[in-house]
Design a protein around this ligand. Structure first.
Ligand code: NAD
Length: 496
């Protein structure tokens, strides 16, 4: 069994702590590693070193910082499958899914390699006679990132490459449930030529996070995780006068109109609801069938019934296990609750087994119809392979239903009507909208723009917004007198 190291001041070191958290393989529940609860002294060292290193890193030319990202994205591609295998071993994700997790992170690093043009400021000449105004974007200092278990490659890569390319140093506190993938990312970052201490990785839970949220040396905090923790991070971080972007939980609706392509709807619903065992913040957990589209629910049931969980290297598996026993129990108890609340349980994923892996956290595909907005299975983010179907009469009813949800991460509409799609994209109060695309995650030259209860803050992850988040704007107003230039020229001629 492996003790996960800390990465402090450019060295991979074993923590001196006496408190360790088990990292398990969710397909077997065997302990595969232990993550340390970083001590206060180690946290201090990481923060102080990151502050010290910042002084030199902010002076490093932007093109050199970009070159680190160019080398890093190439190295990540070279080690793509190796990272995905580590990721599968600690999350249980299927290999295909794990590769997707790594790839979507690599795309952000490619984007970060464009940092010179992304950091360009603005200029206006002659704002007054012989007065010019121009702005620079400058890094903030030490930034911190706190990441969830469900994308251990992609989400750390949403954060530190953009922050560091902007000239900041960065302290990452990855999820204690799958810290091996982020450590591999850190190792490769060093190999890409990132100076020591530009990135630090610490482990632990609330205690370590609280230090990052309150230490005055930390200027900005990026968080991705559940709703209660997301609110806590935003409130505590901003109370301590930090810039905070906090991405939280979700409940994403797919609206199905009767003029949609039925086969595409069924296929999209299966992949988007049970893919990654439903443990995606952009998973479709609610399908809203409008009018006659309700007749398609039995076909969705049959297609979902064919989806099977299994081991990460089982090519026939549609998805992997739930991350922990506790999380599995929570998903199963919510299914029971849905039954008690009166929803129709069309497919029951409780008591699921997988041959040869009797101790894994398996939950089979689960489908409810007749779900109502006052039911817990509608109100709670289940974060499992559970799809709730709701039935409404009109597009207007569907829009009202989605807009009443406290969450606003993602949504999609399936239709062949441009007018209906246009109306939906315009009226819907959700930050990321897919039209005949079930999971509309924007590529990194845009930003990941969740709304309402799914995001606290204003500048989002990656894209131009991340550059705004990780920099300050300095605006300079300069007056140089042309008449002085003439005098200067005469002066230099005289000197010759
Ligand atoms: P989580 O909130 O339990 O943990 C996230 C991070 O916060 C971890 O690093 C954890 O150690 C830390 N943490 C946990 N409790 C804490 C506390 N009391 N105080 C301070 N820090 C604490 O989330 P998770 O279960 O790892 O991840 C799943 C959640 O993340 C889901 O709700 C999912 O929707 C959400 N998520 C959101 C997005 C998005 O972009 N909106 C993306 C991915 C995941």
């Amino acid at each position: 069994m492996k003790n996960v190291p800390l990465y402090i001041a450019g060295e991979f070191v074993e923590s001196q702590t006496d408190q360790w958290i088990d990292v398990t393989d969710p397909a077997t529940n065997e302990v595969i590693a232990r993550a340390p609860c970083t001590t206060d002294a180690e946290m201090r060292r990481a923060i102080d070193n990151a502050g010290e290193v910042f002084k030199a890193w902010r002076e490093t030319p932007v093109s050199e910082r970009a070159r680190v990202m160019m080398r890093y994205q190439a190295l990540l591609k070279e080690h793509h499958d190796e990272i995905a295998e580590i990721l599968s071993s600690e999350t249980g994700k299927t290999f295909e899914d794990a590769k997707g997790d790594v790839w979507r992170g690599i795309e952000v690093v490619e984007h970060a390699a464009n940092i010179p043009s992304l950091m360009m400021g603005e200029t206006v000449e002659n704002v007054a006679r012989e007065v010019d105004t121009y702005s620079y974007t400058q890094p903030l200092g030490v930034c911190a990132g706190i990441t969830p278990f469900n994308f251990p490659a992609m989400i750390p890569l949403w954060m530190f490459p953009m922050a560091i390319a902007c000239g900041n140093t960065f302290i990452l506190k990855p999820s204690e449930q799958d810290p091996l993938t982020p450590m591999k990312l850190a190792e490769l970052f060093e190999q890409a030529g990132a100076p020591r201490g530009v990135l630090q990785v610490v482990h632990g839970g609330k205690e370590q996070v609280d230090i990052l949220l309150t230490d005055p040396a930390i200027k900005a905090v990026s968080f991705v995780g559940s709703v209660p923790v997301g609110r806590y991070i935003y409130e505590t971080g901003t109370r301590n006068m930090k810039r905070v972007q906090s991405f939280a939980g979700a409940k994403n609706h797919m609206v199905v109109l009767p003029d949609a392509n039925k086969d595409q709807v069924v296929k999209a619903l299966v992949g988007a609801s049970v893919g990654a065992a439903g443990q995606r913040c952009m998973a479709i957990s609610v399908a809203v069938f409008v009018g006659e589209a309700q007749e398609w629910i039995p076909e969705v049931r049959d297609a979902l019934a064919a989806a099977k969980p299994g081991a990460w290297n089982d090519k026939s598996a549609s998805y992997g296990p739930i991350i922990s026993q506790k999380a599995k129990e929570r998903v199963e108890s919510l299914i029971t609750r849905g039954e008690e609340e009166g929803a129709n349980l069309l497919l029951d994923g409780r008591n699921c087994t997988v041959d040869g892996l009797p101790d894994g956290n398996w939950v089979g595909p689960t489908l409810f119809s007749g779900v109502k907005t006052d039911m817990d299975i509608y109100k709670e983010e289940i974060f499992g392979p559970v799809l709730s179907c709701m039935e409404v009469d009109t597009l207007a009813d569907a829009i009202a239903l989605v807009n009443d949800s406290p969450y606003g991460n993602g949504t999609s509409i399936f239709t062949s009507s441009g007018g209906a799609a246009r109306r939906y994209q315009h009226e819907i109060e959700v930050g990321q909208v897919g039209i005949n695309v079930p999971i509309p995650v924007p590529l990194p030259f845009f930003s990941f723009t969740g709304w309402k209860g799914s995001f606290y803050g204003d500048q989002h992850a990656y894209g131009k917004q991340a550059v705004k988040f990780y920099t300050e704007t300095k605006t300079i107003t300069a007056r140089w007198f042309s008449s002085d230039a003439v005098a200067e020229t005469n002066f230099s001629i005289r000197m010759r």
